[in-house]
Design a binder for this molecule. Structure first.
Ligand SMILES: [Zn+2]
Length: 517
């Protein structure tokens, strides 16, 4: 049986959050406004109206193109894409055909080592173009279809990738990376649930070694006939991106193994059934009868956008979290995926680095030792942010955008743990109190007030240890007879008696001293 290789290209749409719509001055607010209130003659396609392009939308589309390493075209134009559907009042969509805002870009994805069969993927970006969104259809229980034109004419950017994606996991990661980029650029909320961002995948399976990917064009070799691509729409979450592609790979493999062929087609992802469903035989570009939009003159994206300055993008941020601070790959990945979290993390780390450098014992450290300490701190902080803090916030339904716990206070808590002034059980209690209190709590204050601090005072610990030795004479005897592991049991009893506050190192040292023969 021949082996098949999945060839996947992604089409991602993202709504820009400009103040007004793409070609009219209506408010760009498709979600919160009452239906059909943000409308005018232009976005309702009354005859005789003229569209006027939104310059901010052109600038932002150019920004996306630059972030995806595209060439920004000096000349660009809008085209009419014709099709008939109730969500499209003009019966054509103003889009871009052969002169998009940007083209020939790429994005490099880096995977958690060993998680995928390749550690890096270079995904070509074919084009970035600007268009207008359609109206939103909804279907009520009695079978009526309602049309809300608030969304009609909202600026929409489409990003088309080359067929360089080779697995469902890569497709998901590509989509997540784009979402992070849109959010870092501040041009869209890119919320998939709200439909701000929509993913479509083009998938075809080809026999291994029977084709080449020539700069994004799949070409057959030695008389092989390529299998048609299948476009999958209605994908509403990253998880669905993965599942829909996996389903198609299995479906197409089964057909090929039975010797069946298929036509180029569009299928819809049914999330409830977990399968793709045939929608229609795919239109070709000719079916859309593209022609230049006569009401809008060609324009110059480079001139309109001017010098585009980009903020630090997720990939650079991730690398810096790892290399500058020493975060683990997984923590850097998670923390950079959201701008609010990466800002928070950076503030925590800058506090911790300052603190470390001012610590008296660090003053005499060599650069290497200091670097190691900083990495230890980053690992500790990374773990506490990604598991403990995020977990405690999730339990309380607190979102990072409304988190009141200041980064400097969280950094102080990490410093308390790092210096063994508090153990992790009590640190968790302090964290919970800081989250639950409406006011700004100082973790050292909470620790001292509630007696959460670690007991390392030998005098205090001695009393507890003597008590434990008195209560477990048998175990002490066993230890004296050479049963080393029993020490951990005795240590556990000291921990229990101090509610976890005994300093483990000091406890062990004292225990040994007291019960060794
Ligand atoms: Zn309008």
């Amino acid at each position: 049986m021949p082996k098949y290789t999945p060839i996947i290209g992604m089409e991602i749409h993202v709504e820009l959050k400009t103040k007004s719509k793409m070609f009219c001055s209506c408010k760009n607010d498709p979600f919160s406004a009452a239906p059909n209130t943000n409308v005018c003659e232009i976005c309702l396609a009354h005859p005789g109206t003229l569209p006027v392009p939104n310059h901010t939308a052109i600038e932002w589309a150019a920004k996306i193109a630059k972030a995806l390493n595209c060439q920004i075209n000096t000349e660009s134009k809008f085209d009419r894409k014709h099709y008939f559907y109730p969500d499209l009042p003009k019966a054509y969509q103003i889009s871009q055909y052969d002169q998009p805002i940007g083209e020939h870009g790429y994005i490099d994805l880096e995977f958690l080592p060993g998680k995928n069969y390749r550690d890096k993927a270079h995904i070509g970006i074919t084009r970035v173009h600007l268009e207008e969104d359609t109206a939103k259809l909804s279907h009520d229980s009695s079978g009526n279809t309602l049309v809300n034109f608030n969304r009609a004419g909202v600026p929409l950017v489409e990003i088309v990738s080359e067929p360089d994606v080779t697995s469902s996991a890569e497709a998901k990661m590509y989509s997540q990376e784009l979402q992070a980029i849109f959010r870092y650029l501040g041009i869209s909320d890119a919320d998939m649930e709200k439909g701000n961002m929509r993913c479509e995948a083009n998938i075809s399976l080809q026999e291994e070694n029977k084709f080449i990917n020539d700069k994004g064009v799949i070409k057959p070799v030695a008389g092989y006939t390529l299998n048609h691509k299948v476009e999958v729409k209605n994908i509403n979450s990253f998880r669905a991106v993965e599942k829909a592609i996996e389903f198609e790979i299995i479906r197409q493999t089964a057909m090929l193994e039975k010797g069946e062929a298929w036509k180029q087609q569009t299928r819809g992802w049914d999330d409830n059934k977990g399968e793709t469903v045939m929608q229609r035989i795919k239109e070709t570009a000719a079916d859309y009868r593209y022609f230049p939009e006569p009401d809008i003159p060609p324009f110059h994206p480079v001139k309109i956008a001017g010098d585009i300055s980009l903020p630090e993008l997720p990939q650079a941020k991730r690398l810096r979290l790892r290399e500058e601070y020493g975060f683990s790959y997984a923590d850097a990945e998670l923390l950079s995926s959201d701008l609010h979290w990466s800002d928070y993390t950076e503030k925590v780390m800058s506090e911790l680095v300052d603190w470390l450098h001012n610590l008296s014992e660090s003053k005499t450290d060599t650069d290497e030792i200091l670097q190691n300490k900083q990495q230890q701190l980053a690992r500790l902080a990374g773990g506490w942010i990604t598991s403990k803090l995020m977990g405690a916030m999730a339990e309380r339904s607190i979102n990072i955008k409304i988190l009141r716990l200041k980064p400097e206070n969280f950094a102080e808590l990490v410093a308390l743990i790092y210096t063994n002034r508090v153990n992790s059980t009590n640190a968790q209690k302090i964290l919970n109190e800081m989250l639950d209190s409406g006011v700004d709590l100082d973790p050292t204050h909470v620790m001292e007030e509630k007696g959460y601090g670690q007991i390392s005072d030998e005098g205090k610990l001695s009393e507890v240890i003597d008590e434990v030795i008195k209560n477990y004479p048998q175990q002490v005897e066993q230890f004296k007879n050479g049963k080393e592991p029993i020490l951990q049991f005795l240590k556990g009893m000291v921990m229990k008696a101090t509610e976890g506050s005994a300093d483990p190192t000091v406890t062990e040292k004292l225990l040994r001293k007291k019960i060794s023969k």
